[in-house]
Design a protein around this ligand. Structure first.
Ligand code: FAD
Ligand code: NAD
Length: 468
């Protein structure tokens, strides 16, 4: 043992959960150490949210240029056939990641939290070892009053289709050195569809193999239909209701439909995106014998685990595995450790799928409200009747509101359409503030914006929409 540090709060993992906890704890004067084994920013900044959205933007721009080159744009724009310098695209994406991850390290420092680089191994609920992190290169032992586990998640690996060679995870898909001619995406969920769309827009032939009978099965069919239609229009092949069996000796991917019919698909690369699992192995976490909820660490509404002063947040604490949920939990734990009274009881956690078009889900869907026995008013306003959507050449999709019949309190919003990710803020604020249909209907929404569809959905639920 080379050296020992003492701290109040020790955080394992510098992703959105861990780094936000570190910043907030530092602001509140709690002596804090964040241990990160790879790079500050975690999955989200390095190999998740940010690089994927950068590539989605790059692919969108390339697709636009390709469409202009076809000479069919109703806008009257035409250009020469575009070319893609993939290395430059990937370097641009890496530049954004570098800027943001460097910013995280700087913010931790500015707020007085110490960042230790290295892999943490748990000794007990108050002690962690970090090999190679001592000044002399030996093991650094850190003792703490509070241990916060924010170790995140890793991609699920299919035992019959392990990662390696042409079988890749989202991490490799976000840093391509060359584009495959034919890409098969296994899993028609968030990652499969966001990244599958990127590869298609960059010119690859893309096939999505999804085990359920439709893509994005977690969302209702009305909401996902515009995405499925757009994928099909752009020649993405959707093999729903198909399970993967494995690779044949000739390198083809064997899949089977629900009737048992087997087919083999040619693929230069196979992106497996069938979910992520909490990262609970590889750092002696099991020695703490914490209660689990499935594969995740079980927590209460203060992010406490079953062991006193051991906390867990973010992906390691289960669904929904979203960066903003991890951040909110990180802030909360820091405040509780500093002596404040907090509980994690958000009225809703928004979810956004950055497909083309985008999908937003906040609060209860009509079916979820029904399943809870709530009588509702549900109304939908189509972007086909919205001037801003027309001017953006994208009239697919709609905004839908779900409100309680008895008092018109808004319980949920769903939207699908171009740039609807930016409407998610209005949705979640209205639910968090307990807004009614009348509150939204009576708010002046600027013209011309996609947001007018939000007001019109509320007006329609009240029976007097103006533009339909
Ligand atoms: P992570 O971000 O996974 O961070 C955990 C960190 O802990 C890692 O850096 C890891 O190296 C470190 N660590 C683990 N064990 C140890 C140890 N023993 N010692 C030291 N360090 C350790 N979410 C969204 O909300 N919006 C999106 O658009 C979005 N897009 C995504 C796209 C992709 C391709 C992927 C893969 C994920 C995406 N997500 C998105 C999910 C989001 O990335 C996660 O929900 C979020 O990163 C979880 O934060 P976290 O802090 O819990 O864990
Ligand atoms: P996912 O849960 O979104 O989708 C996985 C899909 O794979 C599901 O549709 C499932 O039915 C299908 N599937 C499972 N096993 C299969 C098999 N053997 N063959 C074919 N299909 C199979 O998971 P993901 O896309 O890997 O993403 C992981 C998590 O990362 C998400 O759940 C989300 O929490 C997070 N994420 C969020 C965003 C965002 O917020 N925009 C983007 C990417 C990832």
């Amino acid at each position: 043992m080379s050296s020992t540090l003492e701290t109040q709060l020790l955080i394992i993992g510098g992703g959105p959960g861990g780094y936000i906890a570190g910043i907030r704890a530092g602001q509140l004067g709690v002596k804090t150490i964040v241990v990160e084994g790879v790079n500050p920013g975690g999955t989200c900044l390095n190999i998740g949210c940010i690089p994927s959205k950068a590539l989605i933007h790059a692919a969108e721009e390339f697709a636009k240029a390709t469409a202009y080159a076809a000479g069919t744009s109703p806008l009257g724009i035409s250009v020469q056939a575009p070319a893609l310098d993939l290395a430059r695209t990937v370097a641009w994406k890496a530049g954004i990641v570098k800027k943001l991850t460097g910013g995280v390290a700087a913010l931790l420092k500015k707020n007085g939290a110490q960042l230790v680089k290295g892999w943490a191994t748990i000794v007990d609920g108050k002690t962690v070892d970090v090999a190679g992190a001592a000044e002399d290169g030996g093991t650094l032992r850190i003792r703490c009053e509070h241990l916060l586990i924010a170790s995140g998640s890793v991609p699920v690996e299919l035992p019959f289709l392990p990662f390696g060679g042409k079988v890749i995870s989202s991490t490799e898909a976000l840093s391509p050195t060359a584009l495959p001619k034919r890409l098969i995406v296994v899993g028609g969920g968030y990652i499969g569809l966001e990244l599958g769309t990127v590869y298609r827009k960059l010119g690859c032939e893309v096939t999505v193999v999804e085990a359920q009978d439709r893509i994005l099965p977690a969302y209702d069919a009305e909401l996902t239909k515009p995405v499925a239609t757009h994928l099909e229009k752009s020649s993405v092949k959707l093999l729903t209701g198909h399970s993967v069996l494995g690779l044949a000796d000739n390198g083809q991917l064997r899949v089977r439909d629900t009737n048992g019919t087997e087919i083999a698909l040619d693929a230069d690369q196979i992106l497996v995106a069938v979910g992520r699992r909490p990262k609970t192995d590889g750092f002696n976490l099991e020695s703490l014998q914490l209660d689990l909820a499935g594969k995740a660490i079980k927590i209460d509404d203060q992010c406490r685990t079953s062991m006193r002063n051991v906390w867990a947040i973010g992906d390691v604490a289960g669904e929904p595995m979203l960066a903003h949920r991890a951040m909110a939990q990180g802030e909360l734990v820091a405040e509780i450790v500093s002596g404040r009274k907090r509980h994690f009881v958000p009225a809703a956690i928004p979810a956004v799928c950055f497909t083309d078009p985008e999908i937003v889900v906040v609060g209860l869907s009509p079916d979820e409200a029904k399943a809870q026995g709530i009588e509702t008013k549900v109304a939908l306003f189509p972007f086909a009747a919205n001037g801003r959507a027309m001017s953006l050449e994208s009239t697919d999709g709609f905004v839908r509101v779900v409100a309680r019949s008895s008092d018109h309190r808004i319980l949920g919003w769903q939207a699908v359409g171009v740039q609807v990710s930016e409407l998610s803020i209005a949705f979640v604020q209205s639910i968090e503030m307990g807004a009614t249909l009348e509150d939204i209907a009576g708010t002046i929404h600027p013209h011309p914006t996609l947001g007018e569809a939000v007001q019109e959905a509320a007006l329609r639920a009240l029976g007097h929409a103006l533009h339909i």
